[in-house]
Design a protein around this ligand. Structure first.
Ligand code: NAD
Length: 275
């Protein structure tokens, strides 16, 4: 076995950051190299393991340069504006990146794509193995149920989530739209209210539920005449996303032949070999 992969976690004190730390500590193939959070975070300067009752020897910092020096992979579950800063720094330090943050604008997504010419990036709004499979199932279903079936995507998340619909719901919408030769930006309907008129069959509808501690539920509904097909995924723990993100980090750490993956934009379909 080679040297453990040197991981930097951004948003260390966040909900995902916490679970990522736990998973890195539990994995002998990975070592915590840096722990980042935003300026003003009360935990800056403390050992990153402290919140889990562990001593990691890595202090939580807001100094990106310090955290990224000699690192292999940055794992980012923060906010789009923070991800953009980390993206620039990762290019400067030639550190690979896992981007799990959601809520990016089209322009920010283009910046990620451009950065992938310089560094290797895995970018996925949902890192769980189950949702990655669901995306493939939705594509297959859309190809078969390609006429006479209305597509609606329903998602539910905890009360703290700040963006809607979820990045995963949008990704599922893109999967269905692309299988049908449609452009999601042109056919998406985000919520309905008042006198909406009859449903346009070419649209893909989204409905959002927010409340409590729901980790993440997604259903893609194909509603036809006389039947409905529902494809559903329910996440019961954030560990599923953290384990997927770290699997993605290992994927970037792997070599292709004798060559390291130096640049390129990948998603979880690539990580799981589903392409
Ligand atoms: P959270 O609010 O609990 O944590 C966010 C972390 O980012 C905090 O540590 C916060 O201090 C830090 N942060 C916020 N703004 C920052 C800034 N400007 N600079 C530096 N750090 C900053 O959120 P969370 O529930 O952990 O989710 C984080 C992100 O990950 C969200 O976008 C969420 O939708 C996404 N998410 C993705 C997946 C996936 O599988 N891809 C799964 C779960 C959550």
């Amino acid at each position: 076995m080679g040297n453990p992969l040197k991981i930097v976690i951004a948003g260390c004190s966040g909900r995902m950051g916490h679970v990522l730390l736990e998973c890195v500590f539990a994995d002998d193939d990975l070592v915590l190299h840096g722990a980042l959070d935003r300026l003003g975070n009360p935990q800056l300067g403390r050992d990153a393991g402290e919140q889990l009752g562990k001593v990691s020897g890595v202090k939580m910092t807001d100094s990106i340069d310090e955290a990224l020096k000699n690192a292999d992979v940055l794992v980012d579950f923060t906010r789009p504006e923070a991800s953009m800063t980390y993206l620039a720094a990762c290019q400067k330090h030639q550190v690979k990146m896992i981007i799990g943050t959601t809520g990016f604008s089209a322009e920010q997504k283009r910046a990620i794509e451009a950065a992938s010419k310089n560094i290797a990036i895995v970018f996925a709004p949902n890192m769980s193995v189950g949702v990655t499979l669901l995306i493939n199932l939705v594509q297959s279903a859309a190809k078969v149920l390609n006429a006479g079936y209305d597509i609606e995507i329903i998602e539910a998340h905890h009360r703290h989530k700040v963006d809607a619909p979820s990045g995963t719901a949008l990704r599922l919408g893109e999967a269905a739209a692309s299988a049908l030769g449609r452009n999601l930006e042109e056919c998406a309907v985000y919520g309905r209210e008042g006198v909406t008129g009859e449903r346009d069959p070419s649209t893909i509808g989204f409905a959002t539920v927010r409340g409590g501690d729901v980790v993440g539920d997604h259903t893609v509904l194909f509603a036809g005449t006389g039947e409905r097909v529902e494809l559903t995924h329910k996440a019961s723990s954030r560990a599923t996303f953290a384990l997927g993100a770290l699997r993605a980090a290992k994927f970037l750490g792997e070599k292709v032949g004798a060559e390291a993956k130096r640049h390129g934009l990948f998603d979880m379909q690539d990580v799981l070999g589903l392409r």
